[in-house]
Design a protein around this ligand. Structure first.
Ligand code: PLP
Length: 408
């Protein structure tokens, strides 16, 4: 990766406790390049006006930026149409949107619908379904974090309403075979949501190649701002589902007796949208596209492979979702996060002491308690990479880890 890329991220040159920051918490959120921060400032300084409802110059300019951003997202994930791109607050809101509207759509059937999820889901792909009355059926996984496809095939029943799985595990970095999962679901006539929170920042995601019916991702995990994300849905589904929230923008006509709804995508976007956020997200997507998602993926795969190799030389370390076979290692964890524990040391203590050395990692259950139960742990330490991380930083992390372990 070109060294000047780091200069785009001013925060990377700050120090923490007098030491250079080594930021290895990218799965939680990524840092922002100047281009994104400047786009936000520029829009507030020079363009700001509410979108869609104004005849005046600024409103039209802000609307153009917002709608061009929708087109940038469409192109980035290769959706058919901008009608399929709904701006939300992020992955969590996108999944809540689907769970709520699907429950409403199903409400006249009187049956409790089932949703197939995997053992490794983030809470935001578990709780929204529960909140909306769906029963969860769970795809089991092996100790290495490989989903059991035979068991998956047996989970379908006449009550199955959705398959909802993560593309990449936010704990283990495992890339799930979502094309195969989608194909099997479609053979059963069941639609599929893919949680793309951890895949979109690290690899090319292509809606037409994946074939899924719904897809969700968060702007802040792909170098964009917080508070903006995307819900993708095939037009045929979005046409059928009822609106999510009510308010301005999502209506065609309102009376006290009857309201009619706007066309796609506005039917799902009640109220003033985060039009500054959508524009900044588009700038972030242009930024990574210019570098190239393949280049980013390759760079991060090299970092992950190197990190795992180095970590495996440390006595007492246990890496989760990575088998002892190194070929599987590289394949499984080539999309970011690596989780581990060190025998006899609490993950929180490890994380706290690494922080004192300027190394930012995440500890805990990573919003995946059912996965922690499956792995038989209370929590882990997780490192995760972004496009700006370097081999030198991994060396600093490994040296820091050895030092912390010696202290115990
Ligand atoms: N799904 C996965 C796999 C995640 O890793 C995360 C966040 O870490 C989410 C969903 C939720 O994303 P957000 O908090 O941006 O809505």
């Amino acid at each position: 990766m070109n060294k000047s890329i780091r200069d785009d991220f001013p925060i990377l040159s700050r120090s923490v406790y007098g030491r250079p920051l080594v930021y290895l918490d990218n799965a939680a959120t990524t840092q922002k390049p100047r281009q994104v921060v400047e786009a936000i400032a520029d829009e507030y300084y020079n363009v700001n006006a509410n979108v869609h409802r104004g005849v005046h110059f600024l409103s039209q300019q802000a609307t153009d930026l917002h709608e061009q951003s929708r087109e940038t997202v469409r192109r980035f994930i290769n959706a058919h149409s901008t009608n399929e791109i709904i701006f939300t607050r992020g992955t969590t809101e996108s999944i809540n949107l689907l769970a709520r509207t699907l429950a409403q759509y199903d409400s006249n059937t009187g049956e409790v619908g089932e949703v197939i999820v995997s053992q490794m889901e983030h809470h935001s792909n578990i709780v929204p379904w529960q909140l909306n009355g769906f029963k969860l059926r769970v795809i089991p996984m092996s100790d290495e974090g490989v989903l059991d496809i035979d068991a998956y095939q047996k989970l379908f029943s006449p009550q199955t309403r959705m398959v909802s799985v993560t593309h990449v595990s936010n704990v283990m970095g495992v890339i799930n075979p979502v094309e195969e999962i989608t194909r099997i679901a479609h053979e059963h006539g069941v639609p599929v949501l893919i949680d793309g929170a951890q895949s979109t920042p690290h690899m090319t995601v292509d809606m037409q190649a994946l074939g899924c019916d719904f897809f969700a991702f968060s702007g802040h995990k792909i170098y964009g701002p917080t508070g903006i994300g995307v819900f993708y849905g095939k037009e045929e589904w979005l046409d059928k589902l009822p609106p999510y929230q009510g308010g301005g923008e999502m209506i065609k006509n309102v009376s006290f007796e009857h309201t009619t709804f706007n066309e796609l995508p506005y039917k799902f976007e009640a109220g003033t949208p985060d039009y500054v956020g959508s524009h900044a997200l588009a700038v972030a997507l242009d930024y990574v596209s210019q570098i190239g998602m393949e280049v980013i993926h390759q760079h991060e795969a090299e970092l992950t492979t190197y990190a795992v190799q180095q970590m495996q030389t440390i006595p007492g370390i246990r890496i989760y979702g990575n088998s002892q076979h190194s070929t599987v290692n590289c394949q499984l964890s080539s999309a970011g996060p690596v989780s581990f524990n060190v025998e006899g040391i609490h993950h929180l203590d490890l994380g706290t002491l690494l922080d004192r050395l300027g190394i930012a990692v995440r500890t805990g259950h990573h919003c995946a308690e059912p996965l922690m139960h499956r792995l038989g742990v209370e929590g882990t330490v997780r490192i995760s990479f972004g496009l700006y991380n370097t081999i030198d930083e991994i060396d600093t992390f490994i040296a820091g880890l050895r030092r912390v372990i010696q202290m115990f």
